[in-house]
Structures are given as structure tokens and as C-alpha cells.
Write a new protein. Structure first.
Length: 161
């Protein structure tokens, strides 16, 4: 039996004080209610003190896969290996009140592209750089919401061509 674990390097920056979620109040139906229909709509008030939380993760490349000319070939479990050009895709979403302003793509902490228009919360950048024939890169992405909050993720990627 082979057991494999995957992990990602990511960091999240929250501006301001870190507060716990608001305490739920005014539940419906009331606590200890009886005779409530089985199909009753449940509800409560409360919420998130940070309505601009950003969700951010890699769609492509996936950690631990080999990609040849933008297509996943197979998992290798050791690292991510890209041969040729690849379209880096990330999912970035913020709550409906703020939304995502833009997404930045980095190689070894150097900004290489900025994307302002995502489709269905997916932001893309075509990585066709041919600087070094076989080299490890730190692929990073940083997303910003409309009020200036940000979230970032990183992944080590070996690239050929």
C-alpha cells in the first residue's frame, strides 16, 4: 500500500486585527423548538468580520505532476516538472461585496505578469520563458481584492525549455 501526502506552500496576509467570526444569533427555528416541519429553512444572523477573505489556489500546474507542452502526463510525487510552455491557472475569488481586483504572477519573487480579467474566477498566464534549459523556479501568485487585501501562494517548479 502506497500512501502519499501532498502539501502546498502558501501564505495569507490579513490587514488589521485578526478577529474571530461573529457569534451566530437569532436562530430559526428557535433553540429547543418542537413541531418544526422536516423541510424548514434554517437560518441565523452573524457573519465573518473579514468580508473580503480571498480564496486562492493553483489549478495548473498541480503539485507533483509532469506537464509536457501544457498537458498533464502523470504524477511523480517528488516535485512539479514542466517541459515546454504551460498556461498557469489559478482560482481567485473574494466575497461578492468586494471581488477580486487583479492577480499577479511571480517567478522567483519577480513580477512577470498581472491579470485583471478572470473568467469564472480563473486567472491565467502563459509561461513560455526559456531562460535556463533546466532550472527550479519558485512560482508565486498574489491576488488582491477591491479594498486592497491580498492572499498569496507559491510552488516550486522545475522547468525545461
Amino acid at each position: 500500500m502506497l500512501i502519499t501526502t501532498f502539501s502546498c506552500i502558501f501564505s495569507i496576509k490579513i490587514s488589521g486585527a485578526n478577529e474571530p467570526p461573529y457569534v451566530p444569533m437569532s436562530p430559526y427555528p428557535k433553540h429547543n423548538s418542537t413541531g418544526v416541519p422536516i423541510n424548514a429553512n434554517l437560518g441565523w444572523t452573524g457573519g465573518n468580520p473579514y468580508p473580503s477573505d480571498i480564496q486562492l489556489y493553483f489549478i495548473k500546474p498541480k503539485k507533483g505532476y509532469i506537464y509536457i507542452w501544457d498537458r498533464p502526463v502523470c504524477p511523480i510525487f517528488i516535485t512539479t516538472l514542466v517541459i515546454g510552455t504551460i498556461t498557469v491557472e489559478v482560482y481567485a475569488a473574494a466575497d461578492n461585496a468586494t471581488g477580486v481586483s487583479h492577480v499577479e504572477f511571480y517567478l522567483d519573487n519577480v513580477l512577470v505578469a498581472t491579470e485583471y480579467t478572470g473568467v469564472n474566477n480563473t486567472y491565467k498566464w502563459t509561461w513560455d520563458d526559456k531562460r535556463d534549459p533546466f532550472f527550479p523556479y519558485l512560482l508565486g501568485v498574489k491576488a488582491y481584492d477591491l479594498v486592497g487585501n491580498s492572499a498569496s501562494i507559491q510552488m516550486r517548479v522545475w522547468k525545461i525549455f
